[in-house]
Design a binder for this molecule. Sequence first.
Ligand SMILES: NC(=O)c1ccc[n+]([C@@H]2O[C@H](COP(=O)([O-])OP(=O)(O)OC[C@H]3O[C@@H](n4cnc5c(N)ncnc54)[C@H](O)[C@@H]3O)[C@@H](O)[C@H]2O)c1
Length: 439
Amino acid sequence: MRMTVIGTGYLGATHAACMAELRHEVLGVDVDEAKIEALQNGRVPFYEPGLPEVLERNIASRRLRFTTNYEEAAQFANVHFIGVGTPQQRGSYAADTRYVEAVIDSLVPHLEGEHLILGKSTVPVGTAAALQERADKLAQPGTTVEIAWNPEFLREGYAVKDTIEPDRIVLGVQAGSNAEAIAREVYATPLANNTPFIVTDLQTAELVKVSANAFLATKISFINAVSEVCEIVGADVTQLADAIGHDDRIGRKFLGAGLGFGGGCLPKDIRAFMARAGEVGADQALTFLREVDAINMRRRQRVIDLSREVLGSLIGKRITVLGAAFKPNSDDVRDSPALAVAGQLSLAGAAVRVYDPQGMDNARKVFPTLDYAASLEDALTGAELVILATEWDEFKQMDPVHAAELVEKQVLIDGRNVLPVEQWQQAGWELHALGRSLG
Ligand SMILES: NC(=O)c1ccc[n+]([C@@H]2O[C@H](COP(=O)([O-])OP(=O)(O)OC[C@H]3O[C@@H](n4cnc5c(N)ncnc54)[C@H](O)[C@@H]3O)[C@@H](O)[C@H]2O)c1
């Protein structure tokens, strides 16, 4: 099948390359010329394990190309995916849908014949119906354009696997639509492997995505709220999470107490969901998400406070923050808890040094004033306090004996509860963590 993928960021570049890997002919479209040039030259402009190989292979096979030209996109295929950003609006909790609207405005006037547009971006409920009206106004006489919604659930760090072998496919369609038949062809390979395929109306599909993210955020903030109590009474939140996680109605996943969630999705998605619920008249329904957000933000503050408690004063203290990406296996620093902590400590007067295996370039753009180390060893050298803020394997596997030789003071805050405590204590480290007292 031929298809275009419009918006080639984390979601779109992955989707385009993986659709080509599934033997489709794909044209990736973006307004960012530098990004398109990089992709066309086989270079992924962000870190995503496994994606460079898929990209190169499919460019070489000529199944995958990239362009900035919407006219070319309109002529190339009758199926178009939208994967552009839907960030938080400035000064509001709501999502900014101007980029998805811009795609309709740029694409639809060039279309001829019958076209299906499958939205993958995460949007407020009601967006797909509004885009359909917009498309109807812009379509040339005799041309039909149908909008369907096909939300994306990929996880950065596992994006290739999640796209090629999704755990479910959700499709929102309008009455009398033939989008399902086309989507079945697009996803023939995963569907042949019994991937659950759920066909709904447009508004349900839109809500599925934001509900999934709201649930995950709530689960993380739940354990972090419990962790606040644990800290005061001297209980251990990691043991508690293990114990409740054995109940398969609860499950252990997403019960890792620590610095909380961040990234380009969860924070803005729960805020947009709250805002939209208010707009549609369900004022009370999602107010609890404000608390979920607040609990999450308090964990960042807790690490700052703990640093101050441990060091006495922050002024001039050499603090090393390990991690800049919002989670391991990604270079994405959007709303990163690690970087927020590093930035706050620096503003409070500490001399902060940051190291991340992949997120350094992006971090430098957001916080150019921080000191960035060239390696883990370089980062640890001379530190008076080390904060593990993103749980990269490189940090989890650090040798506490070797690390002790590099630092000025053997004091560490494990912001993710991932280090083997005894091993570190035996090597002479004073260890602090969120949600447990390590004595
Ligand atoms: N990143 C994820 O893990 C993930 C997972 C699921 C869903 N999503 C959702 O997918 C959407 C995209 O997220 P992302 O992380 O890939 O964002 P991103 O910022 O990495 O990519 C967005 C891309 O869209 C391009 N763009 C903007 N306006 C355009 C236009 N008019 N025409 C063509 N291209 C345009 C930008 O240049 C950019 O390359 C968001 O709605 C997000 O919530 C993301």
